[in-house]
Write a protein that binds this ligand. Structure first.
Ligand SMILES: [Zn+2]
Length: 320
Protein backbone atom coordinates (compact mmCIF):
# COMPACT_ATOMS: atom_id res chain seq x y z
CA UNK A 1 0.00 0.00 0.00
CA UNK A 2 1.41 3.39 -0.96
CA UNK A 3 1.40 6.21 1.55
CA UNK A 4 -1.32 8.77 0.96
CA UNK A 5 -0.15 12.39 0.54
CA UNK A 6 -0.93 14.51 3.60
CA UNK A 7 -4.45 16.00 3.62
CA UNK A 8 -4.98 18.02 0.39
CA UNK A 9 -1.30 18.88 -0.08
CA UNK A 10 -1.16 17.00 -3.41
CA UNK A 11 -4.37 18.57 -4.72
CA UNK A 12 -2.92 21.21 -7.01
CA UNK A 13 -5.37 21.29 -9.93
CA UNK A 14 -7.37 24.52 -10.18
CA UNK A 15 -11.15 24.14 -10.16
CA UNK A 16 -13.68 25.62 -12.54
CA UNK A 17 -15.74 28.37 -10.92
CA UNK A 18 -19.42 28.97 -11.67
CA UNK A 19 -21.18 32.24 -10.80
CA UNK A 20 -24.96 31.97 -10.59
CA UNK A 21 -27.69 34.51 -9.78
CA UNK A 22 -30.16 32.54 -7.65
CA UNK A 23 -32.69 35.36 -7.31
CA UNK A 24 -32.57 39.08 -8.11
CA UNK A 25 -29.23 40.26 -6.74
CA UNK A 26 -28.41 36.98 -4.96
CA UNK A 27 -25.09 35.57 -6.13
CA UNK A 28 -23.31 32.28 -5.50
CA UNK A 29 -19.90 31.25 -6.73
CA UNK A 30 -19.31 27.49 -6.58
CA UNK A 31 -16.09 25.75 -7.56
CA UNK A 32 -16.32 21.97 -7.96
CA UNK A 33 -15.92 21.24 -4.27
CA UNK A 34 -13.67 24.15 -3.30
CA UNK A 35 -15.18 26.50 -0.66
CA UNK A 36 -18.19 28.42 -1.97
CA UNK A 37 -18.80 32.15 -1.55
CA UNK A 38 -21.79 34.41 -2.11
CA UNK A 39 -23.12 37.94 -2.12
CA UNK A 40 -26.52 39.59 -1.64
CA UNK A 41 -27.37 43.00 -3.05
CA UNK A 42 -29.10 45.60 -0.95
CA UNK A 43 -30.50 48.73 -2.57
CA UNK A 44 -27.19 50.56 -2.40
CA UNK A 45 -24.80 48.13 -0.73
CA UNK A 46 -23.63 44.51 -0.75
CA UNK A 47 -23.47 41.81 1.85
CA UNK A 48 -20.67 39.35 1.10
CA UNK A 49 -20.78 35.84 2.53
CA UNK A 50 -17.41 34.20 3.25
CA UNK A 51 -14.00 35.72 2.53
CA UNK A 52 -11.79 32.97 1.07
CA UNK A 53 -8.28 32.09 2.25
CA UNK A 54 -6.34 35.15 1.12
CA UNK A 55 -7.04 38.71 -0.08
CA UNK A 56 -5.73 37.75 -3.53
CA UNK A 57 -8.17 34.82 -3.72
CA UNK A 58 -10.95 37.12 -2.48
CA UNK A 59 -10.15 39.74 -5.12
CA UNK A 60 -10.48 37.09 -7.84
CA UNK A 61 -14.02 36.49 -6.59
CA UNK A 62 -14.79 40.19 -6.33
CA UNK A 63 -13.59 40.74 -9.90
CA UNK A 64 -16.27 38.33 -11.12
CA UNK A 65 -18.91 39.94 -8.93
CA UNK A 66 -17.92 43.41 -10.18
CA UNK A 67 -19.01 42.43 -13.69
CA UNK A 68 -22.56 42.58 -12.32
CA UNK A 69 -22.61 45.19 -9.56
CA UNK A 70 -20.40 48.00 -8.32
CA UNK A 71 -22.18 48.49 -4.98
CA UNK A 72 -19.78 48.74 -2.03
CA UNK A 73 -19.53 45.90 0.49
CA UNK A 74 -21.13 47.18 3.69
CA UNK A 75 -21.13 43.83 5.51
CA UNK A 76 -18.86 40.83 5.25
CA UNK A 77 -20.45 37.80 6.93
CA UNK A 78 -18.21 34.91 7.91
CA UNK A 79 -20.03 31.68 8.67
CA UNK A 80 -17.38 30.30 11.04
CA UNK A 81 -13.76 30.74 12.04
CA UNK A 82 -11.90 28.43 9.64
CA UNK A 83 -8.95 30.09 7.91
CA UNK A 84 -9.98 29.30 4.33
CA UNK A 85 -13.24 31.19 4.98
CA UNK A 86 -11.91 34.27 6.73
CA UNK A 87 -8.33 35.29 5.99
CA UNK A 88 -9.18 37.09 2.73
CA UNK A 89 -11.43 39.54 4.59
CA UNK A 90 -9.33 42.68 4.04
CA UNK A 91 -10.04 42.58 0.27
CA UNK A 92 -13.71 43.44 0.83
CA UNK A 93 -13.07 46.75 2.60
CA UNK A 94 -16.34 46.12 4.43
CA UNK A 95 -17.73 48.55 7.00
CA UNK A 96 -18.40 45.63 9.33
CA UNK A 97 -17.33 42.00 9.59
CA UNK A 98 -20.14 39.96 11.13
CA UNK A 99 -19.81 36.60 12.87
CA UNK A 100 -21.23 34.61 15.76
CA UNK A 101 -19.79 35.60 19.12
CA UNK A 102 -18.30 32.10 19.52
CA UNK A 103 -16.45 32.59 16.24
CA UNK A 104 -14.74 35.65 17.64
CA UNK A 105 -13.78 33.67 20.73
CA UNK A 106 -12.42 30.83 18.59
CA UNK A 107 -10.32 33.21 16.49
CA UNK A 108 -8.81 34.64 19.67
CA UNK A 109 -8.26 31.21 21.14
CA UNK A 110 -7.01 29.24 18.13
CA UNK A 111 -7.06 31.39 15.00
CA UNK A 112 -3.30 31.37 14.51
CA UNK A 113 -3.00 27.61 14.97
CA UNK A 114 -5.89 27.07 12.56
CA UNK A 115 -4.22 29.32 9.99
CA UNK A 116 -0.99 27.27 10.18
CA UNK A 117 -2.91 24.00 10.11
CA UNK A 118 -5.13 24.85 7.14
CA UNK A 119 -2.28 26.32 5.13
CA UNK A 120 -0.39 23.04 5.38
CA UNK A 121 -3.51 20.96 4.71
CA UNK A 122 -4.79 22.91 1.68
CA UNK A 123 -1.96 25.05 0.27
CA UNK A 124 -3.64 25.48 -3.14
CA UNK A 125 -6.42 27.60 -1.60
CA UNK A 126 -3.87 30.08 -0.19
CA UNK A 127 -3.30 32.15 -3.30
CA UNK A 128 -0.36 34.44 -2.46
CA UNK A 129 -0.34 33.77 1.30
CA UNK A 130 1.86 36.80 1.95
CA UNK A 131 -1.12 39.00 1.05
CA UNK A 132 -2.82 38.04 4.34
CA UNK A 133 -2.40 40.99 6.74
CA UNK A 134 -3.12 38.96 9.90
CA UNK A 135 -6.03 37.29 11.66
CA UNK A 136 -9.53 38.45 10.73
CA UNK A 137 -11.40 40.05 13.62
CA UNK A 138 -15.20 40.24 13.49
CA UNK A 139 -16.38 43.74 14.37
CA UNK A 140 -20.05 42.86 14.92
CA UNK A 141 -21.11 39.68 16.70
CA UNK A 142 -24.38 38.18 17.89
CA UNK A 143 -25.61 35.06 19.67
CA UNK A 144 -28.91 33.95 18.11
CA UNK A 145 -30.19 36.02 15.23
CA UNK A 146 -29.65 39.31 13.47
CA UNK A 147 -31.46 40.86 10.54
CA UNK A 148 -30.17 43.20 7.83
CA UNK A 149 -32.74 45.36 6.02
CA UNK A 150 -31.72 45.23 2.37
CA UNK A 151 -33.73 48.35 1.50
CA UNK A 152 -36.47 49.02 -1.04
CA UNK A 153 -38.57 45.93 -1.71
CA UNK A 154 -35.64 43.57 -1.22
CA UNK A 155 -36.75 42.40 2.21
CA UNK A 156 -34.36 41.28 4.91
CA UNK A 157 -31.34 39.05 5.19
CA UNK A 158 -31.47 36.96 8.36
CA UNK A 159 -28.29 35.72 9.99
CA UNK A 160 -29.07 32.85 12.30
CA UNK A 161 -27.32 30.51 14.71
CA UNK A 162 -28.83 27.02 14.42
CA UNK A 163 -26.89 25.31 17.21
CA UNK A 164 -23.49 23.70 17.47
CA UNK A 165 -22.44 21.88 14.34
CA UNK A 166 -19.40 22.07 12.08
CA UNK A 167 -17.91 24.31 14.79
CA UNK A 168 -19.42 25.90 17.89
CA UNK A 169 -20.06 29.14 16.06
CA UNK A 170 -21.62 28.47 12.64
CA UNK A 171 -24.21 30.84 11.25
CA UNK A 172 -26.35 30.67 8.13
CA UNK A 173 -27.58 33.53 5.95
CA UNK A 174 -31.25 33.22 5.04
CA UNK A 175 -33.34 35.20 2.58
CA UNK A 176 -36.98 34.48 3.53
CA UNK A 177 -38.36 36.22 0.46
CA UNK A 178 -36.66 34.28 -2.37
CA UNK A 179 -36.09 31.38 0.08
CA UNK A 180 -32.36 31.17 -0.57
CA UNK A 181 -30.08 29.79 2.16
CA UNK A 182 -26.32 30.16 2.46
CA UNK A 183 -25.59 27.32 4.86
CA UNK A 184 -21.82 27.58 5.26
CA UNK A 185 -20.18 24.30 6.20
CA UNK A 186 -23.29 23.08 8.06
CA UNK A 187 -24.42 21.50 4.78
CA UNK A 188 -22.27 20.14 1.98
CA UNK A 189 -23.58 19.13 -1.44
CA UNK A 190 -21.74 16.04 -2.63
CA UNK A 191 -18.55 16.99 -0.86
CA UNK A 192 -17.21 15.24 2.21
CA UNK A 193 -17.80 16.81 5.61
CA UNK A 194 -14.97 18.16 7.75
CA UNK A 195 -15.88 17.38 11.34
CA UNK A 196 -12.54 17.89 13.07
CA UNK A 197 -14.00 20.79 15.09
CA UNK A 198 -17.54 19.48 15.19
CA UNK A 199 -20.21 18.50 17.65
CA UNK A 200 -21.47 15.39 15.87
CA UNK A 201 -24.58 14.73 17.91
CA UNK A 202 -25.86 18.32 17.99
CA UNK A 203 -25.13 18.80 14.30
CA UNK A 204 -26.86 15.59 13.18
CA UNK A 205 -29.98 16.30 15.25
CA UNK A 206 -31.25 19.72 16.32
CA UNK A 207 -28.94 21.86 14.19
CA UNK A 208 -29.76 20.19 10.88
CA UNK A 209 -33.43 20.02 11.92
CA UNK A 210 -33.39 23.79 12.27
CA UNK A 211 -31.65 24.24 8.92
CA UNK A 212 -34.19 21.99 7.21
CA UNK A 213 -37.13 23.73 8.90
CA UNK A 214 -36.34 26.93 6.99
CA UNK A 215 -37.71 25.14 3.90
CA UNK A 216 -35.28 26.75 1.50
CA UNK A 217 -35.89 26.56 -2.24
CA UNK A 218 -32.19 27.00 -3.02
CA UNK A 219 -29.25 26.14 -0.79
CA UNK A 220 -25.61 27.09 -1.16
CA UNK A 221 -23.56 24.73 1.00
CA UNK A 222 -19.97 25.14 2.08
CA UNK A 223 -18.74 23.12 -0.85
CA UNK A 224 -20.36 21.58 -3.90
CA UNK A 225 -23.04 22.66 -6.35
CA UNK A 226 -26.08 24.77 -5.49
CA UNK A 227 -29.08 22.63 -4.48
CA UNK A 228 -32.14 23.88 -6.36
CA UNK A 229 -35.69 23.06 -5.39
CA UNK A 230 -36.97 21.58 -2.15
CA UNK A 231 -36.12 17.99 -3.00
CA UNK A 232 -32.47 18.83 -3.79
CA UNK A 233 -32.24 21.03 -0.69
CA UNK A 234 -33.63 18.31 1.55
CA UNK A 235 -31.37 15.75 -0.12
CA UNK A 236 -28.29 17.88 0.65
CA UNK A 237 -29.35 18.25 4.29
CA UNK A 238 -30.06 14.53 4.66
CA UNK A 239 -26.87 13.51 2.91
CA UNK A 240 -24.97 15.68 5.41
CA UNK A 241 -26.88 14.01 8.26
CA UNK A 242 -26.21 10.60 6.72
CA UNK A 243 -22.48 11.21 6.69
CA UNK A 244 -22.56 12.28 10.34
CA UNK A 245 -24.70 9.34 11.39
CA UNK A 246 -22.44 6.94 9.50
CA UNK A 247 -19.48 8.26 11.45
CA UNK A 248 -21.38 8.11 14.74
CA UNK A 249 -22.44 4.53 14.09
CA UNK A 250 -19.04 3.13 13.14
CA UNK A 251 -16.71 5.14 15.35
CA UNK A 252 -19.25 4.66 18.14
CA UNK A 253 -19.33 0.88 17.72
CA UNK A 254 -15.55 0.53 17.96
CA UNK A 255 -15.39 2.90 20.92
CA UNK A 256 -18.17 1.03 22.69
CA UNK A 257 -16.42 -2.30 22.12
CA UNK A 258 -13.17 -0.99 23.63
CA UNK A 259 -11.30 -0.92 20.33
CA UNK A 260 -8.63 1.50 19.16
CA UNK A 261 -8.76 4.77 17.27
CA UNK A 262 -7.08 3.11 14.30
CA UNK A 263 -9.73 0.38 14.26
CA UNK A 264 -12.42 3.03 14.37
CA UNK A 265 -10.83 4.82 11.43
CA UNK A 266 -10.47 1.67 9.35
CA UNK A 267 -14.03 0.55 10.01
CA UNK A 268 -15.49 3.99 9.29
CA UNK A 269 -13.42 4.39 6.15
CA UNK A 270 -14.58 1.01 4.84
CA UNK A 271 -18.21 1.81 5.65
CA UNK A 272 -18.31 5.32 4.19
CA UNK A 273 -16.00 5.02 1.18
CA UNK A 274 -18.49 3.25 -1.12
CA UNK A 275 -20.94 6.15 -0.84
CA UNK A 276 -18.69 9.14 -0.13
CA UNK A 277 -15.15 8.10 -1.08
CA UNK A 278 -15.10 9.82 -4.47
CA UNK A 279 -16.28 13.16 -3.11
CA UNK A 280 -13.88 16.07 -2.63
CA UNK A 281 -11.71 15.99 0.51
CA UNK A 282 -12.97 12.59 1.79
CA UNK A 283 -9.49 11.13 2.35
CA UNK A 284 -8.27 14.47 3.67
CA UNK A 285 -11.00 14.82 6.27
CA UNK A 286 -11.61 11.34 7.61
CA UNK A 287 -8.61 11.01 9.97
CA UNK A 288 -9.34 14.38 11.61
CA UNK A 289 -13.05 13.61 11.75
CA UNK A 290 -12.47 10.25 13.42
CA UNK A 291 -10.10 11.74 15.98
CA UNK A 292 -12.59 14.46 16.94
CA UNK A 293 -15.52 12.07 17.25
CA UNK A 294 -13.35 9.72 19.31
CA UNK A 295 -12.52 12.63 21.61
CA UNK A 296 -16.21 13.48 21.91
CA UNK A 297 -17.05 9.91 22.85
CA UNK A 298 -14.26 10.06 25.42
CA UNK A 299 -15.92 13.07 27.04
CA UNK A 300 -13.82 15.91 25.60
CA UNK A 301 -16.48 18.58 25.27
CA UNK A 302 -14.74 21.21 23.18
CA UNK A 303 -12.57 20.28 20.19
CA UNK A 304 -8.87 20.15 20.90
CA UNK A 305 -6.85 22.73 18.98
CA UNK A 306 -5.41 21.46 15.71
CA UNK A 307 -1.82 22.46 15.15
CA UNK A 308 0.39 21.70 12.17
CA UNK A 309 2.24 19.19 14.37
CA UNK A 310 -0.85 17.45 15.71
CA UNK A 311 -2.27 17.24 12.18
CA UNK A 312 0.70 15.14 11.10
CA UNK A 313 0.61 12.93 14.19
CA UNK A 314 -3.03 12.03 13.56
CA UNK A 315 -2.50 11.68 9.82
CA UNK A 316 0.48 9.36 10.24
CA UNK A 317 -1.32 7.24 12.82
CA UNK A 318 -4.43 6.77 10.67
CA UNK A 319 -3.64 7.35 7.00
CA UNK A 320 0.13 6.80 7.05
ZN1 LIG B 1 -15.09 24.92 7.94
Amino acid sequence: MTTKPFASSADTAAKTETLEELADGVWALTAEGDPNVGAVEGEDFLVAFEARATPVAARNWLRKLREHTDKPVRYLVISHYHAVRVLGASAFEADAIIAHQNTRTLIAERGQQDWDSEYARMPRLFDEPDSIPGLTWPTLTFSDRMSIDLGGARGELVLQYCGRGHTEGDIVAWLPQPKVLFAGDLVEAQAALYTGDAFHYDWATGTLDTVRSLRAEALVGGRGAVARGRSEVDAAVEQTRGFLNGMREHVGAVHEAGGTLKEAFDRTHAALAPQYGAWPIFEHCLPFNTQRLWDELTGIERPRIWTAERDHEVWDALQG
